[in-house]
Write a protein that binds this ligand. Structure first.
Ligand code: UD1
Length: 427
């Protein structure tokens, strides 16, 4: 397991550039499978999940390589294989979304049941329902989902809840169906809109992405394009929390203010001063944060991916806060870890009551998942003394050089491999 050591107390100051969005990139890489020809993606983050998706596309016999830093080429002229291997899908849930594009292009697809972070039940019923509604015969057997259909047909689909992944998956697949598909109660996440922008550039006809009703008019063929990945709102949120709790002054560049608005409004409630510009935000704070309540919900509600870092901020806030997690029931696994650092949190099911303490103390902790790891890093930044975080491979899956970026703002974070290097220099 990878480790990070850090000594808390430094005030974060300076300017940092937001990386490309993990979630947007993964959906877009799956969407690129629909295009006959070459798609070139810019601003792709260098993270573990993107490498997994690149391996997945190669396993399908699709050309996929990195042309330069942050530039990925996908050549989906041919999709040679129609089977997505278990070893790759188990690593990352988003890779399940190659099923629809393969089905639409080749008439058949076999994809292992997905894995990903252990943050609670993550069913695929809405994905399957959508694929079936488009006319495919679906079999789920021996840990694999198999779908078959010579021709997909446009239809009306209602999702019981607005799933980002299922909306993206079905919107993509419907692009090559015959006729019109309408998705009701669709997810409104910015990543759905970004994917729709890509598909539209590739020749698709999509209306309403970013609203609860998405309408897709099927076309015969899509082509490759060049496309710029939008910035990562979750990474920008982590910088904003870290700046607030260290009473710092940081400008995060290359962001999309409209994508991060719900989070920024809550950040102002705790006392941070946030100035928004066209594509940047400046965060300042010069006092202890104030308690507030958050409830995670699908977009435009408070994002579940920012619940953990935000809760770390509330753990040192003045007063009592209530955090309700409405999206994933097990997204409180970091609670025991920050309790080891002195936080006072009572959690029961989907609710955590946080009584703010004046300070946290450094301790050995373990990152339970991707976002929980970023939260522990924020906690370590503000804790008194040294924190050692194990399990940092979770963070490397989804954040591009997060520790290095914090260090450029004044943090003192050392990865265990650097630790070893340092020790050998000292010897
Ligand atoms: C995406 C994001 C993840 C984020 C989540 C919610 C990626 C790679 N991941 O995950 O970071 O936390 O959105 O914003 O983009 N559900 C079902 N049936 C399904 C599908 C989902 O019941 O078939 C439920 C899930 O259990 C969950 C809720 O729907 O409770 C939302 O999940 P969903 O929006 O699908 O999340 P992902 O797309 O997997």
């Amino acid at each position: 397991m990878g480790k990070l050591s850090l000594t808390g107390g430094a005030r974060l100051v300076g300017t940092v550039r937001s990386s490309g969005s993990k979630n947007s990139t993964l959906a877009i890489m799956a969407g690129a499978l629909l295009g006959k020809g070459e798609t070139i993606l810019h601003n792709v983050p260098e993270i573990g999940d993107v490498r997994t998706m690149m391996d997945m596309l190669r396993a399908l016999g699709v050309g996929c390589d990195e042309l330069a830093q942050g530039v990925v080429r996908i050549d989906a002229t041919d999709i040679e294989s129609t089977e997505a291997p278990y070893e790759l899908v188990k690593k990352m849930r988003a890779s399940f979304c190659v099923l629809g594009p393969m089905l639409a292009r080749r008439g058949y697809a076999k994809v292992a049941m997905p894995g990903g972070c252990d943050i609670g039940a993550r069913p695929i019923d809405l994905h399957v329902k959508g694929i079936q509604a488009l006319g495919a015969v679906v079999n789920i057997e021996h840990g694999y989902v198999e779908a078959e259909s010579d021709t997909l047909h446009g239809t009306q689909i209602y999702f019981n809840l607005p799933s980002a992944g299922a909306t993206q998956h079905i919107m993509t697949t419907a692009c090559l169906a015959q006729g019109v598909t309408t998705i009701h109660n669709a997810a409104m996440e910015p990543e759905v809109v970004e994917l729709s922008n890509l598909l539209t550039k590739m020749g698709a006809i999509i209306h309403g992405a970013g609203t609860p009703i998405v309408r897709v008019e099927g076309v015969k063929e899509l082509h490759g394009v060049e496309f710029e990945i939008v910035s990562d709102r979750m990474e920008a949120g982590a910088f904003a929390v870290a700046t607030t709790i260290t009473r710092g002054d940081v400008t995060v560049e290359s962001i999309r203010p409209d994508h991060i608005e719900p989070f920024v409004l809550k950040l102002r409630e705790v006392g941070a001063i946030v100035d928004m510009y066209d594509n940047a935000m400046r965060i300042r704070c010069n006092a202890r944060p104030m308690a507030t309540d958050i409830t995670t919900m699908p977009h435009p509600g408070f994002p579940t991916d920012l619940q953990q870092p935000f809760a770390v901020m509330l753990s040192i806030a003045e007063g009592v806060s209530v955090v309700r997690e409405n999206v994933y029931e097990r997204r409180f696994k970091y609670v025991d870890e920050i309790a080891r650092m002195g936080a006072e949190i009572k959690q029961d099911g989907r609710t955590a009551v946080i009584t703010g303490v004046p300070k946290l103390f450094g301790a050995p902790v373990t990152a339970p998942d991707l976002r929980g790891g970023a939260a522990l890093l924020c906690a370590g930044l503000v804790a008194e003394g040294k924190t050692v975080i194990s399990g940092t491979e979770h963070m490397e899956r989804g954040y591009e050089n997060l520790a290095e970026k914090f260090n450029l703002l004044g943090a003192q974070i050392v990865s265990s491999s650097n630790d070893i290097e340092r020790e050998s220099i000292l010897v």
